[in-house]
Write a protein that binds this ligand. Structure first.
Ligand SMILES: [Cu+2]
Length: 177
């Protein structure tokens, strides 16, 4: 029994640590895929579908299920370049939609004019890309969303926040502690 007791204590400490330590933490990153022209108030984003194996490849730049938030100052121009890296050999697309519940099964209504790629529902194959731009002239929280059937509900979405408080664009991600 004397030998078992220390392990139980250890287990108790681990349990307590789990209770007081959040599993996820927010972190601001300065990604290579965001370029900012503060003078012209333009932000350029390269968003890559299926960039790695995260969330079973259902991700943008490695983030799915809302674990990435791009914050853009109100009134800035947002230039988006979308590529399907194609890990998982699935087609993907991108549209900016309002934060809706439930998420669309496929497609999605652009929250800003022309804020969507070609082939929204069938998706673009690996290696294909498309670009679009829009002015962030509505405040609030929106979703970067893959319009291919079933992908959004499987977590292929992240957040876009248009903020009057933000002075410069930034990116926050949730990282597992
Ligand atoms: Cu997709």
């Amino acid at each position: 029994m004397g030998r078992v007791w220390p392990f139980s204590l250890w287990g108790l400490c681990l349990s307590l640590a789990c209770l007081v330590t959040p599993l996820w933490a927010d972190e601001e990153i300065r990604p290579h895929w965001m370029k900012v022209d503060a003078e012209k108030q333009v932000v350029h984003l390269l968003l890559v579908g299926a960039a790695d194996g995260s969330n079973g490849t259902m991700n943008f730049n490695g983030y799915g299920n809302g674990t990435m938030t791009v914050i853009v100052p109100f009134g800035w121009k947002v230039e988006v370049e979308f590529q399907n890296k194609g890990l998982g050999a699935l087609p993907h697309s991108l549209v900016v939609i309002n934060e809706v519940t439930p998420l669309p099964i496929e497609g999605g209504v652009p929250a800003f004019p022309r804020a969507l790629t070609n082939q929204l529902v069938p998706g673009m194959m690996a290696g294909q890309n498309d670009s679009f731009e829009f002015v962030a002239d509505k405040e609030g929280r929106f979703l970067w969303f893959c319009g291919v059937t079933g992908h959004g509900v499987l977590g292929m979405w992240d957040y876009l926040v248009v903020s009057k408080e933000a002075k410069v664009p930034s990116v926050q991600v949730k990282i597992r502690k």
